[in-house]
Structures are given as structure tokens and as C-alpha cells.
Design a protein around this ligand. Structure first.
Ligand code: ADP
Ligand code: MG
Length: 587
């Protein structure tokens, strides 16, 4: 079988150059990434085997093995998971499908200084490519479960890679790194040292549910020095620790495999939670909030949810990955379970571990399941109460959260009637009161002027467009605060939410805005208005005729102070921006 050579896609090539020149300050994370991929592959195989009885795969001893050859200076990370087909390898390893990569590279080019660049890089996940931080050649041998031929992929990370068919390949994937010769003398980068490997696995991958075994080690030597942990708290590990000298030493399991969500909050460090988050979300940045949950009684479950510190790039795309991982008694049965979290909280990551659900449920059945619906409700409430708490106690976190996810959360005003008031309560809005600081509705109400009856808002494309609108004039004159709503979703929910805390929400661009707050008009003012109406009747009729194609009616207004005229909508009309939104959605 001939060996084919392929070019890396342009973006992939750029990222590889970054790896080769080691701009990440912490190279150790390459091992975390490879273990994370191996663990995902094992999860996928088990889930597929659960669904498909006919799958010709061995699931009897799923595990990850790390094999170091000190002489040859190679390191192999092996799993017997789902593996990849020839096409999978070309698609998944040769290109970077991750959206936002181009944008990231652009930002990187524009970074003002090295610190800024490093900050960016540290947050951008490069997954498999991080191997090239420590290796000058990477070989990947893989066979997809159920197929009989394997694929051998090799690259030095310089522009191209080769692929050949392998007749003999074990199920799963083995990634072999030829470690860079220039790191040979540096103990910091001695990734063939068992002590170093143990330390990295403990730090980044301890919670991984599959056994991570160190194989092929000489017995004795430096093993006893760090072989702690695994024995004392290896409650869920089936094997542990060195077994003394023998012909072929038993492999040592490096991780404790404890489910973090099953442990009490005060026994788990934030660093441990963060590593779990990074594994689940494929995010390289720490999460903003950690939300542990536990329910006991007839229907038991534990959950560990995370709010990310920044949005994933496909947050607004139809087919973005959403949902949390669903476990049943420590066994992962579904990776992105959408039925557990409402769509307007789709950025939430985490794990839900239920005590009694069938291992074999399909997505369709889950949607109907009473227990799932109950968890869904509790999870939504818990996330919202966490946001509320952030708002009260951790204003900086809250501000960052709202900046990134506010537009998504507001979708809940349309879909989650039960939690509408809670959502309104945790929402913030730009306002004419303060150009920098958004306001909550409660604070708006507390600032309302004497005689002001309603909460006023205006929707539009930008703060600027709203502020310079003629509709604004009379409100500015009166000193009434106006909320400036510029997210596309704002156009929609304002039509569905009539009031907050008994105060009506009123658009200043629609019908009778109620500027006068319902005060009685004086006799004098009334007479003056009547007079004006008579004076201008002919003009108004003429204008109405001229503009009959475009407007329903031309009338005198008391709302303008500077501009001669403005266009208003009826109370129930679709606003121009909403018309655009509908058009964009193809309706
Ligand atoms: P990510 O894990 O964030 O998707 P990676 O660069 O780490 O990005 O991996 C790219 C893809 O390559 C994975 O999504 C997976 O489909 C595939 N892959 C990587 N390693 C393995 C493996 N050990 N077994 C099976 N597939 C793998
Ligand atoms: Mg990965």
C-alpha cells in the first residue's frame, strides 16, 4: 500500500508553527491533551457499544497506557477506544475544524505585545497539535472499532503529513512522540521519566474515569517515591501500585479515578475542578463559576455544572454542541445531553450523574422522561440562582458573564415562563443613565422620576442609533431614563414581557408612549392642543395623502422638542429591526 502525502490546511500549518516554536509557557499540557483525547475515544466506544450490539469491538479492558522508552526517547500514549478510519484521520487531524481559529490567529497577529499574545495563546486550545511542543516527529497508528485495516499517520509538523494503510493495528489509537533532542539534557522536559509522568497525570488527569497505566517500567527504581494516592484513595480503581519485582511487572495505575462530583465540595480543590472542566469543555481557560449540586431521596443525582469564562465560538449557531454529560452511576451514557438544560443556558458545561436511569435510553425517550424533566427544571433554577448570587456577591464575575451570555439568557424570557421574573431579575441593560454601567430593572425602578409610571426602553441597532433617535428628545428633556436594547433577541422578548414588578415596559418608539405618565391634562393644555389640531388639519391631511404608501397616519406630537418629525410604530406593530430579523431568518 503506497504512502500518500498530504498538505496541512493553512490554519493548521500556522498553529503547528506556533507549537514547534513552543510559545506556550507550559509544555506539560501536551500529555493532558493526549489523555483527554484517549478518554473521549474510550467514552465514545462504550456509548457506541451500548447502542449497537452488533459492533465488533473489544470492550473488556478499556484503558489508557503510557509507555516511555528512555533509550529511544519516545513516549507513546495508547488507548483501545473507538479509533479513527482513514477519512477520520484526514478530516480530524489534518484540518482544524474548530470555528474561530482564523479569528484567533488574526487576534494573535494584532496582539500588542508578548504578554498579550501569551495570554491569548494560553486560552486557545490546540489539542492534538500540542504534541509538537515536545516532539519533532509524531506517529499515530489507529484502527476504528469494527474495521479491519488501520491507518498510520506521520508528521514532523512541517507543512505536510503522510498516511499509509496498516494491515496490523490494534483497536484504538496509539500516538508516539519522538521527543525533541534539544530537550534531552533538561530534566524539566524529561517526559520519559516515570516520576515526571506520574506528576503530570496526577495534576491534570487524576479524575479521568478510565485507568491510566504506566507500562513497561523497570520494577523498583524510582517507583515507590511517588506511588501514593493511587493506593489510599483508589476506591474505584481496580489495580494500583507497584507489585514488586517480577518478569513482567504489573502496570501501575496513575490516576485515582474518583468522580469529583461525588466528593464533598470542601475536599476538592478549585484546580481539580478546573481540570475536569477543561476536559469536558475542551476549553483551555478556567471556568468562571463551579456549581456543585446534589439531590437525595427517591430520585437521587449529583451534578457538577460550570459557567465558562468566555463564550464558545459557535454559541449562536444552530448545530453547536450543547448540553451536559449524562452519567448513570459513574458510567457516561451520553456526551451532550440537551434534554437536561434549557436552550437558553446552552453554554453551561458539566456532568449530571443519576442513580437510576436506564443505561440504554435514546435521546427521544429522554425528552419525555419525568426524572429528566425534573432535573432539567432544577438545573435551570440552580444556574439562575447562581447568576443572582454572582450579581450580588461577585459583581466582576457577573459583569463578565452577562457581557458574554446575556443575549443568550434573555432568550429564556420567551421560552421559560416559570422563570421569567427570575431571568428579568438577573438581567442587565444598557441605559441612558450611564454610558458605561448597565442597569438592572430594579435599580431602574429605584431611580424613576416623580410621576414616571413606566419602564421606558428603545430597541435599535446600536447605542448610538438609539441615543440619536428623535424619539429620545422628550425623554431626555424630562430626565426620564431609557433602556437601550440592542441585542436582536431584545426585539422579540419585549413583545412578550408586559411588565416587571408592576411597572409596564413601554417602547418610546411606539404609539402613545405614555410620557406624561397618565397625569391629568390641564384644561388649558387641552384647549391649546385642540387649537393646534385645527390649525394644522389641512397640512396633516395633505401629508397623509402624500405619504399614504409609507405611513398609516400623520399626527401632531408632543414628544419632539428639536426634530420636526419622526416615524413611530403602533403599539403592536413589528419594529423595523424586527422586520430585518425575520427577513434574516427567512420568514
Ligand atoms: P478536540 O479534542 O478538542 O476535538 P483535538 O485536536 O484534541 O481536538 O482532537 C481532534 C480530533 O481528533 C478529536 O475530536 C477526535 O475526533 C480525534 N482524535 C484525537 N485523538 C483521538 C484518539 N485517541 N482516538 C480517537 N480519535 C481521536
Ligand atoms: Mg482534544
Amino acid at each position: 500500500m503506497p504512502t500518500e502525502t498530504f498538505e496541512f490546511q493553512v490554519e493548521a500549518r500556522q498553529l503547528l508553527q506556533m507549537m514547534i516554536h513552543s510559545i506556550y509557557s507550559n509544555k506539560d499540557v501536551f500529555l493532558r491533551e493526549l489523555i483527554s483525547n484517549a478518554s473521549d475515544a474510550l467514552d465514545k466506544l462504550r456509548i457506541e457499544a451500548l447502542r449497537d450490539d452488533a459492533l465488533d469491538a473489544d470492550v473488556s479492558d478499556l484503558h489508557i497506557a503510557i509507555e516511555a522508552d528512555r533509550e529511544a526517547r519516545t513516549l507513546t500514549i495508547r488507548d483501545n477506544g473507538i479509533g479513527m478510519s482513514h477519512d477520520d484521520v484526514v478530516r480530524l487531524i489534518g484540518t482544524i475544524a474548530k470555528s474561530g481559529t482564523g479569528e484567533f490567529l488574526q487576534q494573535l497577529k494584532e496582539a500588542k505585545n508578548e504578554a498579550a499574545a501569551e495570554g491569548l495563546i494560553g486560552q486557545f486550545g490546540v489539542g492534538f497539535y500540542s504534541s509538537f511542543m515536545v516532539a519533532d516527529e509524531v506517529t499515530l497508528l489507529t484502527r476504528r472499532a469494527g474495521e479491519d485495516k488501520g491507518t498510520l499517520w506521520t508528521s514532523t509538523g512541517q507543512g505536510s503529513y503522510t498516511i499509509a494503510t496498516a494491515d496490523e493495528a490494534p483497536q484504538g489509537t496509539a500516538v508516539t512522540l519522538r521527543l525533541k533532542p534539544e530537550d534531552a539534557e533538561d530534566r524539566m522536559f524529561d517526559y520519559t521519566d516515570p516520576a515526571k509522568i506520574r506528576e503530570i497525570v496526577k495534576r491534570y488527569s487524576d479524575f479521568i474515569t478510565w485507568p491510566i497505566r504506566l507500562v513497561g517500567q523497570e520494577p523498583g527504581g524510582d517507583r515507590e517515591a511517588t506511588a501514593d494516592g493511587a493506593e489510599e484513595d483508589g476506591a474505584e480503581g481496580e489495580e494500583s501500585g507497584p507489585q514488586g519485582a517480577g518478569e513482567r511487572p504489573e502496570p501501575e495505575t496513575l490516576n485515582s479515578r474518583k468522580a469529583l462530583w461525588a466528593r464533598p465540595r470542601n475536599e476538592v480543590s478549585d484546580a481539580e475542578y478546573h481540570e475536569l472542566y477543561k476536559h469536558i469543555s475542551h476549553d483551555w481557560a478556567d471556568p468562571l463559576e463551579i456549581i456543585p449540586m446534589r439531590a437525595e431521596g427517591t430520585f437521587e443525582y449529583q451534578a457538577l455544572l460550570f459557567l465558562p469564562s468566555r463564550p464558545q465560538h459557535d454559541l449562536f449557531s444552530q448545530d453547536s454542541k450543547r448540553g451536559v454529560q449524562l452519567y448513570v452511576k459513574r458510567v457516561l451514557i451520553m456526551e451532550n445531553c440537551e434534554a437536561l438544560v434549557p436552550d437558553y443556558l446552552r453554554f453551561v458545561k458539566g456532568v449530571v450523574d443519576a442513580a437510576d436511569l436506564s443505561l440504554n435510553v435514546s435521546r427521544e425517550i429522554l425528552q419525555q422522561d419525568r426524572q429528566i424533566q425534573l432535573m432539567h427544571r432544577r438545573l435551570a433554577k440552580k444556574v439562575l440562582s447562581t447568576v443572582k448570587e454572582m450579581k450580588a456577591k461577585r459583581p466582576d464575575n457577573y459583569a463578565a458573564f452577562w457581557r458574554h451570555f446575556g443575549a443568550v439568557v434573555k432568550e429564556g424570557l420567551l421560552s421559560d415562563f416559570d422563570n421569567r421574573d427570575t431571568i428579568l431579575g438577573v438581567s442587565s441593560f444598557a441605559t441612558t443613565n450611564d454610558a458605561e454601567q448597565p442597569t438592572s430593572l430594579q435599580d431602574y425602578i429605584d431611580r424613576m422620576k416623580e410621576g414616571q409610571q413606566h419602564i421606558f426602553y428603545m430597541t435599535g441597532e446600536s447605542r448610538n442609533a438609539v441615543e440619536s433617535s428623535p424619539h429620545m428628545e422628550a425623554f431626555r428633556e424630562k430626565g426620564y431614563e431609557v433602556l437601550i436594547l440592542t441585542d436582536p433577541v431584545d426585539e422579540v422578548w419585549v413583545g412578550a414581557v408586559p411588565e416587571f414588578q408592576g411597572k409596564e415596559l413601554r417602547s418610546i418608539a411606539k404609539g402613545e408612549a405614555g410620557l406624561d405618565g397618565g397625569e391629568e391634562e390641564t384644561e388649558e393644555a387641552k384647549a391649546e392642543r385642540e387649537q393646534q389640531r385645527e390649525d394644522y388639519a389641512a397640512l396633516l391631511t395633505w401629508m397623509g395623502e402624500q405619504l399614504s404608501e409609507s405611513v398609516k397616519e400623520v399626527r401632531l406630537s408632543s414628544r419632539l422638542t428639536v426634530s420636526p418629525a419622526c416615524v413611530v410604530s403602533d403599539q403592536n406593530d413589528v419594529t423595523p429591526a424586527l422586520q430585518n430579523l425575520y427577513r434574516a431568518m427567512g420568514q
